[in-house]
Design a protein around this ligand. Structure first.
Ligand SMILES: N[C@@H](CCC(=O)N[C@@H](CS)C(=O)NCC(=O)O)C(=O)O
Length: 214
């Protein structure tokens, strides 16, 4: 029985990041539904371990951690196969490789997800009468701007942070999955679509990027 517990609903992008890492690295865990209709995340017990009241949170044998990118990095470092500098790693050991992963993870939190979140929320979680179509269009334009930049980057890079699939590709894939599954107009992105086909082969993608958006 694993000592790792993950709190979070499976339709949350931030929970999906962590579950994808567990899937790719075969990390045993138990998951407790929390957030939105499941509640839990505003209880005093949960706020005691994560005062933000957000998901995901993990408890690894008494070690509590929240913030999905920190959790992903922790789980990878905790996995023995990821610490050898000689193997393809989700989070490279060499400092420049790791810095490039961090750069894209920060870009997700500061550019790509802030652009995509209102678009996703508006189309998936709001009722038609609650939608502001101008706001949705503004968000769509911001996502196009972000993905145009990422597409140009992929012209000379197989994956986000270079030659290998890394942790950086996970949140970007989850955002692009939302992009491809919203009822919106999308320009053609040649390199992004090539990359999306590649990331689509990962076990974590197959498990967490194939259900309808909710
Ligand atoms: N920066 C945090 C953001 C966490 C976050 O915003 N989680 C959302 C779900 S994606 C949440 O907990 N929403 C409230 C809820 O589900 O009830 C992280 O990356 O973990």
């Amino acid at each position: 029985m694993s000592d790792l517990t993950i709190w979070g609903r499976t339709n949350s992008i931030n929970v999906q990041k962590v579950l994808w890492v567990c899937e790719d690295l075969n990390i045993a865990h138990r998951r407790i539904d929390a957030g939105m209709e499941h509640g839990v995340n505003k209880t005093p017990e949960y706020l005691h371990i994560n005062p933000n009241g957000l998901v995901p949170t993990i408890n690894d044998g008494g070690f509590i951690l929240w913030e999905s990118h920190a959790v992903m990095r922790y789980l990878i470092r905790r996995s023995e196969s990821a610490v050898s500098p000689n193997v393809e790693s989700l989070y490279p050991v060499n400092i420049k490789g790791a810095a490039l992963v961090d750069q894209w993870l920060d870009w997700v939190n500061t550019v790509a997800w802030p652009a995509m979140r209102p678009l996703f929320w508006g189309w998936v979680r709001l009722k038609p009468e609650e939608r502001n179509l101008q706001d949705l269009e503004n968000s769509r334009q911001l996502v196009i701007k972000a993905l145009t930049m990422f597409d140009a980057h992929l012209k000379n890079s197989t994956y986000a942070a270079g030659e290998y699939f890394t942790l950086a590709d996970i949140p970007i894939s989850l955002i692009v999955y939302r992009w491809f599954n919203l009822p919106i107009d999308r320009p053609h992105f040649e390199h992004l679509e090539r990359w999306y086909t590649l990331v689509g082969k990962r076990a974590g993608f197959k498990k967490y990027c194939t259900s309808p958006l909710t």
